[in-house]
Ligand binder design. Structure first.
Ligand code: B12
Length: 150
């Protein structure tokens, strides 16, 4: 079964080109993509991830309000009992003078990886494949521990 990825632009942001490119690149790499499009609320991400039993949620933001738009996002995912890989990318802060600070901010919010606007979609896809492989081998080890009564 193909890996399912939910993708969207969060908040009131209407920049559509980046996620369209990401959608195409993900599909070309064999992912099953649910593209929620622009101006997607946190609730819509959570509902789609639940409805499609997503493995990963990819959030895009270009217009400089990602920090506000993403506050509480991971708490909502946790409330819905969703244990998914989460990435965010785009133009994540106004100005983006120090991307390391921006990366740190979003890592602390709970995103597994944070990408800037220079990101080559192929690099993000390689990272995603790696993170999902790692998760499935951790799950496998956990199942073995449980069945061995450990
Ligand atoms: C085209 C454009 C618009 C168009 C959008 C048309 C459309 N429907 O898409 C219009 C004119 C509508 C627009 C409006 C606005 N825009 Co505008 N826009 C741009 C512009 C020129 C290009 C964006 C683009 O399409 N890039 C091409 C795609 C391929 O690149 P990308 O979007 O960056 O996506 C790539 C990466 O970022 C990354 N990526 C993106 N998301 C994700 C997510 C993940 C998980 C990963 C891994 C990677 C990833 O991968 C993508 C593919 O390579 C940029 C400047 C620029 N050069 O980036 C400004 C820019 C994004 N806009 C900006 C602003 C401020 C606005 C407005 C607020 C302006 C205003 N005052 O009204 C409004 C916002 C409206 C809204 N509600 O969203 C600012 C944002 C500033 C900031 N973040 O600090 C920018 C950077 C311009 C600038 N230098 O000031 N905009």
């Amino acid at each position: 079964m193909a890996t399912k990825v939910v993708l969207g632009v969060i908040g009131s942001d209407a920049h559509v080109v980046g996620i369209t490119i990401l959608e195409q690149a993900l599909e070309a790499s064999g992912f099953d993509v649910v593209n929620l499009g622009v101006q997607t609320s946190q609730e819509e991400f959570v509902e789609a991830a639940t409805a499609h039993d997503a493995d990963a949620v990819l959030v895009s933001s270009l217009y400089g309000h990602a920090k506000q738009d993403c506050e509480g996002f991971h708490e909502r995912l946790a409330e819905a009992d969703l244990d998914v890989v989460t990435y965010i990318g785009g133009n994540l802060a106004v100005g983006q003078d120090d991307f390391e600070e921006t990366r740190q901010f979003f890592r602390e919010l709970g995103f597994d990886r944070v990408f800037d606007s220079e990101t080559d979609p192929e690099d993000a896809i390689l990272a995603l494949q790696k993170d999902l492989d790692m998760r499935s081998s951790e799950d496998e080890r956990e199942r073995e521990r449980v069945s061995a009564g450990m």
